[in-house]
Design a protein around this ligand. Structure first.
Ligand code: NAI
Ligand code: ENO
Length: 303
């Protein structure tokens, strides 16, 4: 197979960056992987665990002869890190990212890299863990990676990035940034907000119930605490950057919760039963499609 890239630079060596590094090394072993992270401790760890062929000590040095640069930093840091290496970016390099929101990231990258070839991406795969030691090579296998190219993005660049992600085991889908942001607000961002919120509520109550929330935390609450353990910086940035879509979905959620509140108040068991029947069918169809989220087990076995 012709490899789409020969020299890949990964900026941000946390969960996603280190998983890409590991994945490239296992599926495309002749590709040279260079890494950079703003945090010196992360760089030292990357060297110690031999994550990349090279760990550079500036963003500029990291990209100097790259043919693909993948930005794997929190979405609020994308523009700043791109500005750091803009002067050193080779003219024919492709710049991509893995950020969980797309419209504002593209605007931030475009502002500081006006002439670069940019193919934004989002692997819809992850765990609640972060940092260079939590990544693993198979994270993207059988999962979706969404690419959101601009209208003017050369098709050849999209094709190369598609084959890169396919080599890592992902299925690639193309959509507009706006559509991505709305879909992910429903499937990922608002669910995380609900988890953060209910775990926060329970922890406020815990002062009253003296530890019972933890002691009697059954399956439901435990599942929420896994999600609510996700990286605070990453998720703060996602909500600030996908503001419109998240607020739109939260508005709908609020209406639906109010409807449930009303059904409970007036003893409308049919309304509750109908919704719970519909949602059970959704879970079953996800399982049938083999899309059950393997993240919890992956996360545990890799910690
Ligand atoms: N965690 C997840 O499950 C998923 C995360 N993503 C996206 O991937 C990106 C990275 O997330 P994770 O790998 O989970 O986070 P992480 O916290 O594990 O890693 C982020 C790394 O970026 C570094 N960093 C921060 N600012 C920087 C800067 N200005 N220059 C250089 N390095 C900088 C940090 O030191 C850290 O090592 C985020 O944009 C997130 O939206 C995408 C899919 C799944
Ligand atoms: O851990 C989980 O359940 C996730 O939801 C992982 C995840 C987090 C962020 C993304 O942008 C994509 C996937």
């Amino acid at each position: 197979m012709m490899l789409p890239f020969a020299r890949v630079t990964i900026v941000g060596l946390g969960l996603i960056g280190s998983s890409i590094a590991r994945g490239v090394r296992s599926t495309m072993p002749t590709v040279r992987v260079t890494g950079y992270d703003a945090d010196p401790d992360v760089r030292a760890t990357a060297v110690r665990i031999d994550l990349c062929d090279d760990v550079a000590d500036s963003a500029g040095a990291a990209v100097i002869d790259a043919d693909l640069v993948v930005l794997c930093v929190p979405v609020g840091a994308m523009g700043a890190v791109a500005a750091e290496f803009a002067a050193d970016l080779p003219g024919d390099a492709i710049v991509s990212d893995v950020g969980g929101s797309k419209e504002s990231v593209i605007a931030a990258l475009r502002a500081v890299l006006p002439d670069a070839t940019i193919v934004p991406g989002h692997p819809v795969a992850g765990t609640e863990h972060s940092g260079p030691e939590s990544g693993f090579a198979t994270l993207f296998r059988g999962r979706w990676c969404i690419l959101t190219p601009e209208d003017a993005t050369p098709e050849a660049a999209v094709v190369r990035l598609r084959s890169f992600w396919e080599a890592l085991g992902a299925n690639v889908e193309i959509m507009t940034p706006r559509h991505h942001d709305l879909v992910l607000a429903v499937t990922s961002h608002v669910p995380h907000l609900i988890a953060y919120s209910i775990v926060g509520t329970a922890s406020d109550l815990e002062e009253v119930t003296q530890g019972e929330v933890i002691k009697y935390s059954a399956g439901g609450f435990r599942d929420f605490t896994r999600i609510a353990a996700s990286d605070p910086t990453m998720w703060r940035d996602v909500f600030l950057n996908n503001r419109e879509a998240v607020l739109e979905i939260l508005q709908r959620l609020t209406e639906d919760v109010t409807m449930l509140q009303r059904a409970i108040r007036w003893g409308d068991g049919d309304a509750l039963f109908d919704l719970f029947t519909r949602t059970r069918a959704i879970r079953r169809s996800i399982i049938e499609q083999g899309q059950d989220d393997p993240a919890p087990d992956f996360g545990r076995s890799h910690q």
